[in-house]
Design a protein around this ligand. Structure first.
Ligand code: ZN
Length: 171
């Protein structure tokens, strides 16, 4: 069953924030970054992929990351967060939806993201199966706006989805 409404685009917004701590490994957008600090968390704490997953799930009208992959479940301890993105993309496909663009703002004072931006963007494009010009990511610092903020990394992600004709139809 599909209606003309199913073919209209949908947007989704995701947000996540993790504390930064010395000695934690630092994986952002699936890229391992050599940094004295890294995000703390139950999975690999990839805050960019968490925000992106929630944006995807939100746009699809699906349950959020914490509900689908609870951090109380030992299955997700140390999990690579690209699994969450892949699972969300698969759930969207089941719902007749595919992602057509994504944009993210990453707010942190450390690590410095600029040297890694191209690699992160390429990795995100690959995860979402999109050309690179459909995926973007910007780094921002807090400009000294509070010591608490400087010890965390925060990500805002927005995605756009479109409906795809169901397989099995005549075309
Ligand atoms: Zn998270």
């Amino acid at each position: 069953m599909s209606s003309p409404m199913d073919m209209l685009p949908r947007v989704g917004l995701g947000w996540d924030r993790h504390a930064l701590a010395a000695g934690e490994s630092c994986t952002l957008a699936g890229v391992n970054i050599d940094s004295p600090v890294g995000p703390t968390g139950h999975s690999d704490a990839d805050v960019i992929l968490h925000a992106l997953t929630d944006a995807l799930l939100g746009a699809g009208g699906l349950d959020d990351l914490g509900t689908l992959f609870p951090d109380t479940d030992p299955q997700w301890k140390g999990a690579s967060s690209d699994q969450f993105v892949a699972a969300a993309v698969a759930l969207l496909a089941d719902s007749g939806l595919r992602v057509i663009s994504a944009d993210m703002v990453v707010i942190c004072d450390q690590p410095r993201l600029a040297p890694h931006r191209a690699a992160m963007r390429a990795n995100l494009a690959q995860l979402l199966n999109l050309p690179i010009d459909r995926v973007n990511l910007k780094g921002k610092t807090t400009e000294g706006g509070g010591s608490a903020a400087s010890q965390a990394i925060e990500v805002h992600a927005i995605v756009m989805l479109k409906g795809v004709p169901r397989a099995g139809g005549c075309s």
